[in-house]
Design a protein around this ligand. Structure first.
Ligand SMILES: *Cc1c(COP(=O)(O)O)cnc(C)c1O
Length: 407
């Protein structure tokens, strides 16, 4: 939890020679909002609540300040090259959000209609991006519910993909997979099988990965970044969730794809000027949170939270494979709203039955969460006072009660 210790050698982004103006108003020792996680330490609503650290502030103070539309900013160029290299891809493109990364990838990959995009019915790109597949790419989205209820497999794809030249149908030009999805892992062998089939089609079907939380799957030992990315022609990854950067995501892919994505990004108003101000923090997020192995500890804590719930007699809606724990509140007759309210009383922020553990959550917050669980699972007195919440749309529907920014 000690984010206040600065490690300047780790945050210079290799640009030690950059001009660093002397600090006038902000001493390194003076506490500010960057010095400690603050309210994020007690916030289980999402990993988007992670706050940037003192190391990120130090990196930002040392970043280069050139224009990225001119491709002249070393901090930004080096982040893009660095993550491309980590993922085994030729090139990378920093984007302001994961949604922009996904939508830009879809728009870049597709030609003109008629065309369709296959995606998991629960996926972010389909259900949580304001209909961008329709409005930005003019594509028909075909949402698929995985037959195994956990993740899409080749057999689901074969059942739903449109490869026919019959003019009644809308040909599948892109398959978008998501990993992790609701905190669960898409196995590498399923990605590989789908990819192998998609690339054998004429024309080949573009493989996109919404890897907003791919870092989590890799930290859980499901496969390496480059092994997963090898199955895809484009991959979006978020710096701003579990890795803790304040802003930003990246698309990685082949050079021609990324060149075109850069062109499309400009058209959507996503060209950034002094981008080093945000890419410097993203680099620290990769180095300190991902490579610094902080996600594995987060997963251990999530498992502890899941065991605590089950140990008290609660049921989980889905398995805890990374940093999310899905409590079956409905079974206990609790609505998401009741749960949130009880959390406020104990001093933790909650959002329905989905508990998201991130690296800034503190020990004390887990203790408080345990007291909220006690209230839910105590079949006696507690339920009297909290009204009739049976069937108020929790559990499977928990995403439906989340605020839009809580993804
Ligand atoms: C958060 C998220 C995104 C989008 O990220 P934003 O930066 O919030 O636009 C995309 N896909 C998944 C799976 C996400 O969880």
């Amino acid at each position: 939890m000690t984010e206040s210790k600065q490690r300047p050698e780790a945050v210079t982004n290799g640009h030690k020679g950059a001009l660093i103006p002397p600090s006038t108003s902000c001493s390194d020792d003076e506490p500010n909002a960057w010095s400690a996680p603050g309210s994020a330490a007690f916030d289980f609503r999402s990993d988007t609540v992670t706050t940037p650290t003192a190391a990120m502030l130090a990196a930002t103070r040392n970043c280069t300040l050139q224009d990225d539309v001119f491709r002249e900013d070393p901090t930004t160029n080096s982040l893009e090259a660095y993550v491309a290299d980590m993922t085994g891809k030729e090139a990378g493109l920093f984007v302001i959000s994961g949604t922009m990364g996904n939508q830009l990838s879809v728009r870049t990959a597709l030609g003109g209609p008629p065309h369709s995009v296959l995606a998991d019915a629960r996926s972010h790109v389909y259900g949580w991006e304001a209909g961008g597949i329709a409005s930005l790419s003019g594509a028909l989205a075909l949402p698929i519910t995985p037959s195994n209820t956990h993740h899409l497999t080749l057999s689901d794809i074969l059942t739903h993909a449109v490869t026919s030249t019959d003019t009644h149908y809308c040909p599948t030009r892109l398959i978008s997979l998501e990993n992790t999805l609701n905190g669960t892992i898409l196995p590498l062998h399923d990605c590989a099988a789908i990819s192998h089939w998609a690339r054998a089609q004429t024309p080949p079907i573009h493989m996109h990965l919404d890897g907003a939380r791919l870092w989590e799957a890799v930290a859980a030992g499901a496969g390496s970044l480059s092994a997963y990315c090898a199955c895809f022609d484009s991959v979006t990854m978020c710096f701003s969730k579990g890795l803790g950067a304040p802003i930003g995501s990246i698309i990685v892919g082949g050079t021609p794809f990324i060149e075109r994505a850069r062109h499309v990004r400009k058209g959507l108003g996503g060209g950034l000027r002094q981008a080093g101000v945000v890419t410097a923090s993203a680099r620290v997020a990769v180095d300190e949170t991902f490579l610094g192995d902080r996600l594995a500890a987060t997963h251990r804590r999530a498992r502890m939270v899941a065991e605590m719930w089950e140990g008290k007699g609660g049921r989980l809606v889905r398995p805890t494979e990374t940093n999310m724990v899905w409590l079956d509140l409905e079974k206990e007759g609790w609505s998401g709203e009741m749960f949130v309210e009880r959390g406020v009383r104990e001093g933790v922020r909650l959002l329905g039955g989905r508990i998201v553990v991130h690296y800034q959550v503190c020990e004390e917050a887990v203790g408080r969460l345990g007291r909220v669980m006690d209230a839910v699972l105590d079949k006696g007195a507690e339920r009297e006072g909290v009204g009739n919440g049976v069937g108020n749309g929790v559990g499977e529907e928990a995403r439906g009660v989340m605020a839009p920014e809580m993804e």
